[in-house]
Write a protein of this length. Structure first.
Length: 168
C-alpha cells in the first residue's frame, strides 16, 4: 500500500511539472495590446541555452507597465501588437543560489520605446551570475539577428503563427 501511495504521489508531481511547461501564453486582455494599424509589432524571443540552467529554464513572466502580459517558455517566440510609446518591461524568473539550493524569484526591468507601425524583436537571454543566480537580460535586436535566433524555435500564439519571423 505504501508503494502505491508513493507512485501516486510521484505521478501527481510529474503531472504538475509538465503542466508548467505547457507553452507560452499571452494575456490578450492587457490594456496596452491593440489591433490598431498604428500599433508596434513586438516579437518576444527566448532562445535555447547552451546548457541546462536549473530553475532558470522554467517559464519566465513578462510584465508591461506593471501588468502581466505573457509567460514565455525556453525555445519559443511569440508576438503582440502594443500601443506605441515608452513602456517598461519587467521579467520575473526563478533561479537558485546560496547554500540551500531553493528556488528564488529574480526580477529585472528595462525601458523600451516603440514607434507606430514599426516592428521590434526583444530577446530574453539568461545571464549566469554564478553565486548571484541567473537573471534575464532584455535587448532589442535586428531582423537579421531575430531570424537567426528564431530558426529552430517554436512559434507560440496565433498572431506569431500568422506573421512568423522567417517570412518578414
Amino acid at each position: 500500500m505504501r508503494q502505491v501511495r508513493g507512485i501516486t504521489y510521484l505521478l501527481l508531481m510529474l503531472a504538475a511539472l509538465l503542466a508548467g511547461c505547457a507553452g507560452s501564453r499571452v494575456d490578450s486582455a492587457h490594456p496596452l495590446l491593440t489591433h490598431d494599424a498604428k500599433a508596434a509589432r513586438v516579437y518576444f524571443i527566448r532562445p535555447f541555452t547552451d546548457r541546462p540552467m536549473g530553475f532558470a529554464d522554467n517559464a519566465i513572466a513578462v510584465e508591461v507597465d506593471r501588468v502581466s502580459l505573457l509567460k514565455l517558455v525556453k525555445g519559443e517566440y511569440t508576438m503582440s501588437y502594443i500601443n506605441p510609446g515608452a513602456v517598461f518591461f519587467t521579467v520575473h524568473s526563478d533561479t537558485s543560489w546560496g547554500p540551500e539550493f531553493l528556488p528564488k524569484k529574480m526580477t529585472r526591468s528595462k525601458r523600451f520605446q516603440f514607434a507606430p507601425g514599426e516592428t521590434y524583436f526583444v530577446v530574453f537571454r539568461p545571464i549566469d551570475g554564478e553565486f548571484r543566480g541567473v537573471n534575464f537580460d532584455m535587448a532589442s535586436v535586428s531582423l537579421e539577428d531575430a531570424r537567426e535566433l528564431s530558426r529552430h524555435l517554436r512559434v507560440a500564439g496565433s498572431a506569431a503563427r500568422s506573421e512568423p519571423i522567417d517570412e518578414l
